[in-house]
Design a binder for this molecule. Sequence first.
Ligand SMILES: C[S@@+](CC[C@H](N)C(=O)[O-])C[C@H]1O[C@@H](n2cnc3c(N)ncnc32)[C@H](O)[C@@H]1O
Length: 226
Amino acid sequence: MSCDNLAEGIEELEPSELGTKEYWEKSYQLELNNFSDHGDVGEVWFGEEAGMRMISWLVKNPDLVAPTDSILDSGTGNGMLCVDMAREGFSNITGVDYCQEAIDLADKVAKESGVEVKFEVGNILHMDSAALKAKYKVVTDKGTFDAISLGGSAKEDKETYLRNTFNLLEESGIFLITSCNWTKDELIKQFEEYFHPHHVIPTPVFSFGGKTGNMVSSVVFKKRKS
Ligand SMILES: C[S@@+](CC[C@H](N)C(=O)[O-])C[C@H]1O[C@@H](n2cnc3c(N)ncnc32)[C@H](O)[C@@H]1O
């Protein structure tokens, strides 16, 4: 698939520092220091409810996802989504992030929480770690496609991200994503070559100036046949 197909009708976002590795390294170093000083796990992106909505969907669909199925959390940050999935009984979870600082923090948070999760440094655009050579039943993403969408080469990187996520999934695997930068329709449009929408998880709606919309979008996709 060419990048042109992916971007058709989609306006790229203005690049921002949130699309750079340096930004994430600095913020997780700070969060690592805060965690050591007073046990603060740091930013929970889009609020705790966003993660709980994703987990609740997994829990309520045992016909599609069993507690022992392999789950990869892509761009795991402080690893809280993994920790909360483990607390809900999922037992085969791996979190990857391209920041060593994030993985150090996630390791500490999981250890402190007394749950079993594997964390590994890896860049989802480069598939450069052992965890990124395996196959998974589920890939979760909370804010990572968003961060990639804010990079200087977002158009190409989004395409690489989607292709790599497709390759990471087993046949009939599930890609569960929460985004604040893209509406559900924009996600569906950009993902359509690799994934088809299975379910849109309801998220809070805002009304302002006569317009209504969702603050975040959460969509369950199924991998298309290879
Ligand atoms: C908005 S944060 C979300 C973190 C976490 N998922 C959460 O919900 O708290 C985006 C994360 O994506 C990670 N990230 C961005 N690009 C990445 C890449 N190419 N490979 C792996 N991780 C990446 C960043 O380091 C950061 O942890």
